[in-house]
Write a protein that binds this ligand. Structure first.
Ligand code: DX5
Ligand code: ZN
Length: 223
């Protein structure tokens, strides 16, 4: 297996000190995050409101850690491209929200970003396997999107296994990413199912030392 990727979610960070909170996971070596995960919520696709493009533009300028944008918004067909143009490393949209996900993925890539597709816990993967070849990342939600600090839904690991098989047999080229309830108690089973990239909000920013939490999670995932 490759080195596991850890993507702290700033949803659980102090929003008044976002620059400092990102710097806390942007040091050298094992404590450095691979990506910083930014949850964009519009109070329509999910029942919560976070931040949008102006803040993301500032964050991208404030760090050299790749920014992983998770758009929990309606009509991403219209809004996602702005995040790619702003220099986001990866832009993920929800399959439940996008009208033409394949066209959108092509536009995101043309704008220089990686394109991601996310699926909610109750959304089956089977109907979307044909379109996954247009994406660089698959974000499997392991909680209902909207809030940090929820419990991991183990049942989604079947979708991870399906995606892993398709990647390993050469039928797909995807980074398999998981989001929700990832912590010291759950990361090993997710790793075993075949996750490449682990989003962790409360497990990183609820820790005394976020950088150390990144290193500890990565080490656990690598076992
Ligand atoms: C939830 C967000 C997650 C959230 C995860 O809708 O997509 O990225 O920050 O938080 P934890 O790791 O605390 O479950
Ligand atoms: Zn997220």
């Amino acid at each position: 297996a490759h080195r596991p990727l850890i993507a702290p979610s700033i949803l659980s960070a102090d929003f008044a000190r976002l620059g400092d909170e990102i710097r806390a996971v942007a040091g050298e070596g094992d404590t450095r995050a691979d990506w910083v995960h930014v949850d964009v919520m519009d109070a329509h696709f999910v029942p919560n409101l976070t931040l949008g493009l102006p803040v993301v533009q500032s964050l991208i300028k404030a760090t050299d850690v790749p920014i992983d944008c998770h758009l929990m918004i309606e009509n991403p067909d219209k809004w996602a491209i702005g995040y790619a143009e702003a220099g986001a490393y990866n832009v993920t949209v929800h399959v439940e929200a996008a009208h033409d996900p394949v066209a959108l993925a092509k536009n995101l890539r043309a704008a220089g970003a990686k394109a991601g597709l996310s699926i909610k816990p109750n959304t089956p993967i089977e109907d979307h396997l044909d379109t996954l070849k247009h994406y660089d990342t698959l974000l499997v939600m392991s909680v209902e999107p909207g809030f940090g600090g929820q419990s991991f839904i183990e049942g989604v690991l079947d979708k991870v296994r399906t995606a892993r098989r398709l990647v390993d047999t050469g039928h797909l080229k995807l980074v398999v990413e998981i989001d929700g309830g990832i912590n010291a108690d759950t990361i090993e089973q997710a790793a075993e199912a075949g996750v490449d990239c682990f989003v962790a909000g409360s497990a990183v920013y609820g820790a005394e030392d976020p950088g150390k939490a990144v290193a500890a999670l990565r080490e656990q995932a690598a076992r």
